[in-house]
Design a protein around this ligand. Structure first.
Ligand code: KIV
Ligand code: ZN
Length: 396
C-alpha cells in the first residue's frame, strides 16, 4: 500500500503490530492483570497501532479472558491471539479473538530451525512443514486473517524457510512472520534473508512479510529497519522494548526513526507519535519498571539538555541539538535541566521564567551560589533558585 506525498514521492505503509501484551507481558516483572491489560490496550488504540497481539489464549484462563475482553472492547485495531500449530490451540485463540469480528486475527506458529526441530519439537522437517500447512488451513476455517510465524527463522536453513513460507502462503496465510527469536542476526544478514525470500518464494506478493526481532545483541531496531528496506511490510514491536530476555524491537524507537528520517526512508506508519510518551509512562506505572533515563525517545533525559554549550545552542535555535521536537512524542516542551554543567544563559533564562529579573551584578553573585549548590546536588530545582534569589535580595 503506497501513499503519495506532497512532492509526489511514493511512501510505503509499515504496519505496526504491537505485542506488548503478549511477548512483552510474558517477560519477568511485566505481568499484568485484566484491568491493567485493558488500560494498556486502550492506550495502544489511541496510539493508533494497526494490530494488537492481546495474548496467548491457551496459556491461562487469565490470558484467555484478557484477550476476549480486549476483543470485545476495542473498535479500531485488529486483535490477534497467538497459538501453536495445533487444532486445540487455534480453537482457543479463535474463541477469544472472535469478538473483534472482521478485525480478528489468528497468529499461529511453529519452529523451523534445525536446533528447535531436533531438540524442542523432536520432529522431522517434513512433519513440521505438514503441521504448519495444516494449522494455517485449519485457522482459515475461522477467519481469512491468518498470520503464520516460523519461530527461530533466522537460524533456519534458507531453502527450508522459503519452502515453509511458500507452502503456508499457499495454504492461506495473509501475513508471514520471520522472527529473530533469539536476537542473533545483524542488519545486513537480515536484509539478505528478507531479500532471499522476496526472490525465491514465488507467491510472496500474496502476503505481507512481517518481522519480529529480539534485542539480545541490542540490534532489534536496526534489524527491523533493515528488513523494512528489504521489503517487510509489518514490524512486531513493544512499548519500551519489553519482551523475552533483552526484549523486543522498541516501538517508539522504530516509529521515530521512520518519522525523523523520512528524508531518506520512504515509509510511513499510522502511529500517533504524540501518544508515545504517555504510552511509555502508562506501561511503566502499571508494571513498576521504569525505562533507563538515557533511553531513546522516552527516557527522562531524551530531551534534556544540561551542558552550558548545549543549553545556549538550544536557546538560540532548538534544531542545534534536537533532531525531533519533544512535542512530536507528546512532551510539552524541551527541558533545560539545571546542574553543574549549566551556563549563565540557561540560568538567567530560568530565573526570568520564574519572574526574577536581576541586574548584572546580582546575577553574577547568584550564579556563583548556583554553581556551588550544583556541585553538591545532581539537579537544581526551581525552589533552590527562588531561595538563592531571596538570599541575594536580603544581602543587598
Ligand atoms: O520470538 C518469537 O519467535 C515469537 C514468535 C511466537 C512470534 O515470539
Ligand atoms: Zn518473540
Amino acid at each position: 500500500m503506497a501513499q503519495e506525498t506532497k512532492n509526489g514521492a511514493e511512501r510505503r505503509l509499515i504496519r505496526i503490530f504491537d505485542t506488548t501484551l503478549r511477548d512483552g507481558e510474558q517477560s519477568p516483572g511485566n505481568s499484568m492483570n485484566m484491568e491493567e491489560k485493558l488500560r494498556v490496550a486502550r492506550q495502544l488504540e489511541k496510539l493508533n497501532v494497526d494490530i494488537i497481539e492481546a495474548g496467548f489464549p491457551i496459556a491461562s484462563v487469565g490470558d484467555f479472558e484478557a484477550v476476549k475482553r480486549i476483543a470485545q472492547t476495542l473498535t479500531k485495531p485488529q486483535i490477534a491471539g497467538l497459538c501453536r500449530s495445533s487444532d486445540k490451540d487455534i480453537d482457543r485463540a479463535w474463541e477469544a479473538v472472535q469478538y473483534a469480528g472482521e478485525r480478528a486475527r489468528i497468529h499461529t506458529f511453529i519452529a523451523t530451525s534445525d536446533i528447535h526441530m531436533k531438540y524442542k519439537l523432536q520432529m522431522e522437517p517434513a512433519k513440521v512443514l505438514a503441521t504448519a500447512v495444516k494449522a494455517v488451513k485449519y485457522a482459515k476455517g475461522y477467519t481469512s486473517n491468518v498470520e503464520f510465524s516460523c519461530e527461530d527463522a533466522v537460524r533456519t536453513r534458507l531453502p527450508f524457510l522459503a519452502e515453509v513460507v511458500e507452502a503456508t502462503i499457499d495454504a492461506g496465510a495473509t501475513t508471514v512472520n520471520i522472527p529473530d527469536t533469539v536476537g542473533y542476526t545483524t542488519p545486513s544478514e537480515f536484509y539478505n534473508i528478507i531479500r532471499y525470500l522476496k526472490e525465491n518464494v514465488s507467491n510472496i506478493e500474496k502476503a505481507v512479510i512481517s518481522v519480529h526481532c529480539h534485542n539480545d545483541l541490542g540490534l532489534s531496531v536496526a534489524n527491523s529497519l533493515a528488513a523494512i528496506q528489504a521489503g517487510a511490510g509489518q514490524v512486531e514491536c513493544t512499548i519500551n522494548g519489553i519482551g523475552e530476555r533483552a526484549g523486543n524491537c522498541s516501538l517508539e524507537e522504530l516509529v521515530m526513526v521512520l518519522r525523523t528520517r523520512h528524508d531518506i526512508l520512504p515509509y510511513y506508519t499510522n502511529v500517533a507519535t504524540e501518544q508515545l510518551t504517555s504510552s511509555s509512562r502508562l506501561l511503566s506505572t502499571i508494571t513498576g519498571i521504569m525505562v533507563q533515563p538515557n533511553k531513546a525517545i522516552v527516557g527522562a533525559n531524551a530531551f534534556a539538555h544540561e551542558s552550558g554549550i548545549h543549553q545556549h545552542g538550544m536557546m538560540m535555535d532548538s534544531s542545534t541539538y534536537e533532531i525531533m521536537t519533544p512535542e512530536s512524542v507528546g512532551l510539552a516542551a524541551g527541558a533545560l535541566v539545571l546542574g553543574k554543567h549549566s551556563g549563565r544563559h540557561a540560568f538567567k533564562k530560568r530565573l526570568q521564567e520564574l519572574g526574577h529579573e536581576l541586574d548584572d551584578e546580582m546575577l553574577n553573585r547568584a550564579f556563583v551560589r548556583f554553581k556551588a549548590l550544583a556541585d553538591l546536588k545532581k539537579e537544581v530545582f526551581d525552589e533552590d533558585l527562588d531561595a538563592i534569589v531571596a538570599d541575594e535580595s536580603r544581602e543587598e
